[in-house]
Design a binder for this molecule. Structure first.
Ligand code: AMP
Length: 514
């Protein structure tokens, strides 16, 4: 533009013009000259400014990168410090757990080599405390037998005297009664002592059960390929093993991104499985994940994440529940006070109500004490949606077809799940039955049907198919309301049994309607 103007300026004098016009034009030209100079000045300034800005922006970019690098470095450093700390704590915990096991083993027993004839196998050998206890019980039994023998002979002497058979060894009536009273009183005192020892033995047996489970956990931890504190998916620092199931191991872990403890469930596919079986297992797990990840409720364990570790292993990340599960609670204390049992069943029902009020209703299908976890403040949460079913919109009032017959834990499943003549129809009433069994077990210390039977025997003897009526022991004393709720949950006939939303109205499940 400027060069066009100069060209025009150099040639304007050739144009024939009048005087006034020439003067006006010259003035205009000088104004324009001024404008050009200003523009050029501004242009230069802008160019300078642009270059300054460019420089500044390079500078800033460089500083930002340095900051980012520094931030990344400090983040990496923070993660390193944090995971080192977590690992040292976990190592200390591992050491302590092993030390405790060694101490407890001396007292309660250990797995040792047992020889029966020529056959050598692994078996349980009682520890000193149990041996002492058994020795006490044996000596009390011997004492009891000896006193009973003496008493018998005393009675014989007394009756012989009566018959006039043995006058020399006969004793006076007074002596006989005194002696007999001494024996009776001694026998009563032995009985009391025996009862104390038997109670202690029961306590030892519970402790022994806990010890055996802890030994198994430690053995599983030692044999696990994840026991060396790996960081999975660049964020989950695996710590100690919580437990091992059929195809999975559950580790306590720390999420380094969200800064919270989580439970990492590592699902390992068996290398020997056919590709088809592996695919089916993965499909199943993805289905479980898809159901579980949408569930957000205070009484349902949250599922945070899922990722692949290698071709045969994947991991689901769950909300960490630091308390025991209900199964462990009941193993330590088989009977709970009614007040405690009630608040647990109320929370389980709150979870179930949520599952039945969503647009996509869900049947859990595997409710049992092992699938109820407690967090650090004792809130109960339902977990493990491995067998759960989504209720499709078009199912009739009788329920949907049960496609996985045979799965689940038989003590907790209702009669309709054992129907062999046709494919059973199931609904949320399955979970209602299971909740009834759990409440019964918490209150009475045993399951209502097939308590002492194995899974195989329950099936073989049709135990649940014959579970027509629930019986309550006379002890402990339990409220009529609790028994009534259990009776309703354990209604044999599926059509008459209330579903989750109906039984939710039961007064026993509400604290405000009193
Ligand atoms: P499972 O294989 O699901 O039976 O779990 C094995 C062990 O891990 C059991 O002792 C469970 O109590 C424990 N466990 C499972 N899930 C969690 C969790 N979300 N938080 C804490 N412990 C868990």
């Amino acid at each position: 533009m400027i060069s066009n103007f100069i060209f025009w300026q150099e040639n304007w004098s050739n144009v024939p013009l009048g005087n006034d016009e020439r003067v006006a034009l010259q003035e205009e030209i000088s104004v324009l000259h001024g404008k050009i100079a200003t523009l050029e000045e501004e242009f230069n300034r802008s160019r300078q400014e642009a270059s300054d800005y460019r420089h500044l922006s390079h500078q800033l970019e460089k500083e930002l990168k340095e900051l980012r690098d520094h931030d990344q470095q400090s983040k990496t450093k923070r993660i390193k410090v944090l995971s080192d700390l977590l690992i040292s704590v976990s190592k200390a915990e591992r050491q302590e757990a092993r030390m405790k096991i060694r101490q407890e083993s001396l007292r309660l027993g250990n797995i040792g080599v047992v020889r029966a004839g020529t056959i050598i196998s692994e078996g349980w050998e009682d520890g000193q405390a149990l041996k002492d206890l058994n020795a006490h019980l044996r000596s009390l039994l011997e004492m009891k037998e000896s006193i009973e023998r003496h008493r018998k002979s005393l009675k014989k002497r007394q009756s012989d005297k009566g018959d006039g058979n043995d006058m020399e060894t006969g004793i006076s009536d007074e002596d006989f009664h005194v002696q007999d009273e001494i024996f009776k009183s001694r026998l009563a005192s032995i009985k009391r002592e025996e009862e104390t020892y038997l109670k202690e033995k029961d306590r030892y047996e519970l402790e022994k059960g806990r010890l055996i489970r802890e030994m198994k956990r430690i053995r599983d931890e030692d044999g696990s390929r994840f026991n060396n504190f790996p960081i999975l998916n660049q964020r989950y620092a695996l710590l100690n093993l919580l437990g091992k199931g059929g195809f999975s191991e559950v580790y306590k872990a720390f999420d380094l991104v969200e800064n919270r403890y989580v439970a990492c469930k590592l699902h390992s596919l068996n290398g020997q499985w056919s590709e088809e079986k592996k695919q089916s297992y993965i499909r199943h797990a993805i289905r479980e994940y898809n159901i579980h990840k949408t569930l957000v409720h205070p009484h349902i364990v949250r599922l945070w994440d899922i990722f692949e570790i290698d071709h045969n292993t994947f991991c689901t990340v769950l909300e960490y529940c630091s308390g025991k599960d209900l199964d462990a609670v009941l193993k330590a204390t088989p009977m709970l006070p009614e007040r405690e049992a009630r608040i647990i069943i109320v929370q389980i029902f709150h979870g179930l109500i949520y599952l039945n009020k969503r647009p996509q209703r869900i049947i859990h299908y595997d409710l049992k004490p092992g699938n109820v976890l407690f967090d650090e403040v004792g809130v109960a949460k339902v977990t493990d949606f491995g067998l759960s079913k989504i209720v499709e919109d078009d199912v009739g009032s009788q329920g949907m077809e049960l496609t996985s017959q045979g799965a689940g834990t038989y003590w907790y499943l209702p009669p309709e799940c054992f129907e062999l003549s046709k494919t059973p129809l199931i609904s949320s009433k399955v979970d209602v039955w299971s909740a009834g069994v759990i409440l019964y077990q918490m209150l009475f210390g045993r399951r209502p049907f097939g308590h002492d039977q194995t899974q195989e025997r329950i099936l073989r003897e049709d135990t649940i198919i014959n579970a027509r009526k629930v019986e309550f022991p006379s002890k402990p004393s339990v409220s009529i309301e609790a028994k009534e709720l259990i009776r309703r949950c354990l209604t044999y006939n599926q059509t008459e049994r209330p579903d989750v939303l109906t039984i939710a109205q039961d007064p026993y499940l509400s604290y405000s309607k009193r």
